[in-house]
Design a protein around this ligand. Sequence first.
Ligand SMILES: [Zn+2]
Length: 63
Amino acid sequence: MYCKICGNDRVITNLLGQSICKECIDEITRTSVFDETYDLYKNLIRILLGYYISEKHQLNPVN
Ligand SMILES: [Zn+2]
């Protein structure tokens, strides 16, 4: 499994159903709302959340 953000092949965790490495998780959690990368990670989380929600819909077609 490769990290969906940086492509690192030492993925150790799962964020919203996607494989994410510890380095990227650390980077996201360290990012302040005042950082230039904040908007980048905000959009990234929005995309991951979109995948996560659509996967749930596929699993529960009745809902
Ligand atoms: Zn990564």
